[in-house]
Design a protein around this ligand. Structure first.
Ligand code: ZN
Length: 521
């Protein structure tokens, strides 16, 4: 909708717009973000994307008017919200922001339990399972109750309401004397014990891991709601699916699934809720960057998290890198016509893991990444801002990496095609630097240019690692000769020995010395 103002709005000026609207809560449907669901004890209402708001006007696009089609999510302004939600007497409400009238909507017992929960860091039931939908769990009276929440500096506001909610909560502090961040989980009884065991614990893990790698969570609370929405993020509140089996038990894989979705959706508070990228255009900037942090947070949660279940390890992206129909990451969100998960989530996350673990090393990467995250808090960074801030913070040109991984669909295929050795005395007139002079020929058969990492295995069984930066391909991007002296004879040379660079054809990565070896000259 376009609203014409009576007069142009000057910089720093103010216009007030009153809008009457209504919102029908959808029931079911795979692609609904806000939805109502009937469970054993009643209905759960997850309310999101429910009010009209202003499009973003920025100094890159002007008015960002791209419509919401589903894949390209949101591009939103920051604002302060004061929201009063009137619901049936027996409902419990969680939302973005801070509850402002606990005296009116919580019982004295619940307020005491909340204070106990916030004083510690272990989860306390605010509404116990056996109290769900009982009169004792609600203040006296029968009429509708109005819950008032305020949220500052958020780019959206979502909430959930139900009489079916069990509610557990815990406090979280970055330092023992730091401010308390409230962690809340609400879920129906059939979500137990999976949710009561895992949800709040996984929110706390998100606080720790994302706080370490990006910045400390600036908001007062984080909530996780179980309902029909499989996984969706809003400021300070996430909607996550996943329940145990009918017999009330859950497997390790169900735990991983709930921990993963919780870490992911709560993690979205950092990207894009606070580092507020344009999701209508660039899925990788929120889903990719968030999935990158989810990877480390998952391993912090459980160091034995199965690699096959993670998005981040290079071997897991190889099949997609071979896909002839993939589109570059720098494709606007709604034009990614297939493999949206691999394109928007896995490939960018894997690229950043590669950049951190292999190209730059954690020490330099982490400083550069923190610089990006902190510098763009509560702002609207563009892809170029990300690329520039990381390269500048890392102190290294990364043009080749951005170009290859983000702007192209090339894959990486390094091959060791030749190993030649000769007597050092003959070659160099001395054996001072070693008895042999070896020359390893590496060829770059894929389109990507990446560092060249070799494992050299000698005839005596010892091994050595050589790591060369991507710049070795600068003058010839197809082949590079690496020559060196050694006292030992070479038995085998392997490129990308740790499978860290998503090499799509490993049959040519290892050269075993034998009949094909010939002397130089
Ligand atoms: Zn996501």
């Amino acid at each position: 909708m376009r609203v014409n103002l009576d007069a142009p709005l000057p910089t720093g000026g103010k216009a007030v717009v009153d809008i009457d609207w209504s919102f029908v809560v959808p029931e079911g449907g795979n692609n609904n973000r806000g939805v109502r669901e009937q469970v054993k004890d009643g209905w759960i209402y997850e309310i999101a994307q429910w009010f009209p708001r202003a499009a973003v006007y920025d100094d890159v696009t002007g008015w960002q008017n791209d419509p919401f089609l589903g894949q390209g999510e949101f591009y939103l302004n920051f604002g302060n919200y004061d929201v009063s939600i009137t619901v049936p007497h027996d409902h419990i409400v969680r939302s973005s922001g801070t509850l402002r009238n606990p005296l009116q909507v919580l019982t004295p017992t619940q307020r005491t339990r909340l204070a106990t929960a916030m004083a510690g860091d272990t989860s306390v039931f605010i509404v116990r399972p056996n109290e769900v939908a009982t009169t004792g769990a609600r203040p006296a009276g029968t009429g509708p109750l109005t819950w008032r929440f305020t949220a500052e500096n958020v780019r959206d506001f979502a909430w959930a309401s139900s009489k079916t909610f069990v509610w557990d909560a815990a406090g979280f502090r970055y330092t023992p004397v730091g401010r308390t961040i409230e962690l809340h989980s609400v879920y129906p009884r059939e979500a137990m014990p999976l949710w009561s065991d895992i949800s709040t614990k996984a929110i706390a893990q998100t606080m720790r891991s994302y706080g370490r790698m990006a910045f400390e969570y600036p908001y007062p609370q984080a909530s996780n709601v179980n309902g029909q929405v499989g996984g969706m993020e809003y400021p300070m509140i996430a909607f996550c699916g996943g329940r145990p089996g009918a017999d009330g038990t859950y497997s390790k894989n169900q735990e991983y699934a709930l921990a993963a979705v919780t870490i992911h959706e709560v993690g979205h508070n950092w990207f894009p809720m606070i580092v507020a990228t344009d999701e209508r255009k660039w899925t990788w900037m929120d889903e990719g960057v968030n999935t990158f942090l989810e990877y480390y947070s998952s391993l912090d949660y459980d160091k034995n998290w199965p690699a096959a279940r993670l998005r981040g390890p290079a071997p897991n992206i190889v099949d997609y890198m071979k896909d002839a129909d993939q589109v570059p990451l720098m494709t606007e969100s709604d034009f990614v016509h297939r493999q949206f998960g691999n394109n928007g989530y896995s490939k960018p996350a894997t690229g950043l893991v590669m950049l951190r673990e292999k190209v730059l090393g954690p020490e330099r990467f982490d400083l550069a990444f923190q610089e990006y995250a902190r510098k763009w808090m509560f702002k609207h960074p563009q892809p170029a801002d990300f690329f520039r801030t990381l390269a500048s913070g890392a102190g290294e040109r990364l043009d080749y990496f951005w170009r290859g991984w983000f702007y192209s669909t090339y894959s990486n295929d390094q091959a060791i095609t030749k190993v030649e050795s000769q007597d050092a005395q003959t070659y160099a007139g001395t054996t001072k630097r070693g008895k042999f002079y070896h020359r390893v020929t590496a060829e770059n058969k894929g389109g990507l240019v990446l560092p060249l990492e070799l494992e050299i295995e000698y005839a005596d069984g010892t091994k050595e690692r050589v790591k060369m930066p991507a710049e070795v391909w600068r003058n010839n991007e197809k082949a590079h000769d690496y020559g060196f002296f050694s006292d030992k004879e070479i038995a085998k040379v392997t490129a990308d020995p740790d499978q860290g660079y998503a090499d799509v054809d490993r049959t040519n990565n290892t050269f075993t010395k034998g009949a094909t070896t010939r002397p130089i000259g």
